[in-house]
Write a protein that binds this ligand. Structure first.
Ligand SMILES: Nc1ncnc2c1ncn2[C@@H]1O[C@H](COP(=O)(O)OP(=O)(O)OP(=O)(O)O)[C@@H](O)[C@H]1O
Ligand SMILES: [Mg+2]
Length: 372
């Protein structure tokens, strides 16, 4: 079995580091405060939050995880959020009663599968789902808390809350958060600019509603140790220099470290026993090759100014509006850069951490470097 995992939430032995971040989440939520956690895509937000949930559940909190990504309408929100709340209930029968007493025009349904396990679903009974229904549903966490427990709700891909603007969902949720005494929230997502706007702008509903938190790449020494340990399980040796090379070509993004390592493992198993730079380069090329059609199309469809900016970002992503940057990279001017960068961020091709812009997919970055 390949010891490297990507594209899924990593748990147990496959999850390393993030101890401080995990402690902070546990501390802030236990203390009755809310958190907004933002970081670029594939840095390990969801995995971290699952780790924190494990710890918090051990402490007796009821943790509810909800992902806004698959939400496409008010109905789908209601259906999915109800299910997410039901999932953590030890006593579904009681939950159904609470649900029925609180939410008027939806019928909770309890069925039993072949294995005898109860399953929760809802029936809209042909009724209209409106702000009142959603408001009642948002009261449910506080109700399931009961007398002694506290509930923690984790809202993933929270930037997608915009999909529910039809009913002014943001203001509604904010008012619930203010009223609820036994429920706290952790909002997380990758569209940093949208989340920052939601939580920092005085005009927005969530202004000052949560303690802000971000995560960066995993510490290099911990990744080196992890790679050494994981490769060693298959009797493969990786030295510091090669481990650092993997970290550097993947821009130290956790997902891509695992992706490249997985490819290297696959390539080496049953043949060589020591990871070399040549093997790493071979695997990088294989990964780029696999996506080359997509990369070619993605690059070709960009405007001239975006292409130029992407080429400049490969070398450096800091102070991109400065005269020096414009001159060195032969760009036309700050206004053009502003337009190009906004477009690239919107498409998810570029992201920004504190002061630096970077190409999200390190293999796309390498593709541009090699081919254009
Ligand atoms: N602490 C960790 N230990 C080991 N691998 C990790 C860790 N955090 C993240 N990864 C790697 O990164 C991948 C992405 O993690 P995760 O889905 O948690 O990130 P995310 O920030 O929620 O991503 P997205 O923005 O796509 O939702 C994982 O599948 C795993 O390969
Ligand atoms: Mg995630």
């Amino acid at each position: 079995m390949n010891p490297f995992n990507y594209g899924t939430i990593v748990k147990g032995d496959n999850f390393y580091d993030r101890k401080e971040e995990c402690k902070r989440i546990v501390r802030v939520l236990s203390g009755g405060n809310n958190i907004v956690l933002y970081a670029p895509r594939r840095f390990g937000k969801t995995s971290l939050v699952f780790k924190a949930m494990e710890e918090l559940e051990k402490k007796g909190f009821i943790c509810v995880y909800f992902d806004f990504m698959p939400v496409f309408s008010l109905e789908s929100f209601v259906r999915l959020y109800s299910k997410a709340l039901a999932k953590k209930q030890a006593n579904l029968q009681k939950f159904v009663q609470t649900f029925a007493s609180l939410i008027k025009n939806i019928r909770p349904v309890l069925t039993f599968g072949h294995d005898g396990k109860p399953e929760f679903s809802i029936d809209f009974m042909g009724g209209k789902i409106d702000e009142t229904t959603v408001s009642q549903l948002l009261d449910l966490p506080e109700k399931i808390a009961g007398f002694r427990k506290r509930v923690l709700v984790f809202l993933d891909e929270f930037q997608d809350v915009e999909k529910l603007e039809k009913i002014n969902f943001e203001a509604l949720l904010r008012s619930k958060i203010q009223q609820q005494e036994k429920t706290n929230y952790l909002f997380l997502g990758s569209k940093t600019h949208i989340l920052k706007e939601l939580f920092n702008s005085k005009k927005k509903a969530f202004y000052n509603a949560a303690f802000q938190m971000t995560i960066i790449g995993l510490p290099k020494v911990d990744t080196m140790e992890y790679l050494r340990r994981k490769f060693a399980e298959s009797n493969i040796v990786i030295n510091d220099e090669e481990a650092l090379y993997i970290i550097s070509v993947t821009s130290n993004i956790p997902h891509y470290i695992q992706l490249l390592s997985s490819e290297i493992w696959q390539y080496m198993i049953n043949t060589s026993k020591t990871v070399t730079k040549e093997i790493i380069d071979k695997c990088i090329n294989l990964l780029i090759e696999l996506k080359s059609d997509y990369y070619i199309e993605l690059f070709d469809k960009q405007s001239r100014s975006k292409k130029q900016l992407l080429q400049a970002l490969i070398k450096n992503g800091e102070n991109i509006f400065s005269t020096a940057y414009i001159r060195t990279n032969n760009l036309s001017g700050a206004a053009t850069i502003q337009r190009a960068i906004s477009g690239l961020i919107l498409e998810g091709i570029v992201e920004k951490t504190n002061s630096e812009y970077f190409i999200t997919d390190p293999f796309f970055k390498l593709f541009i470097e090699k081919n254009t």
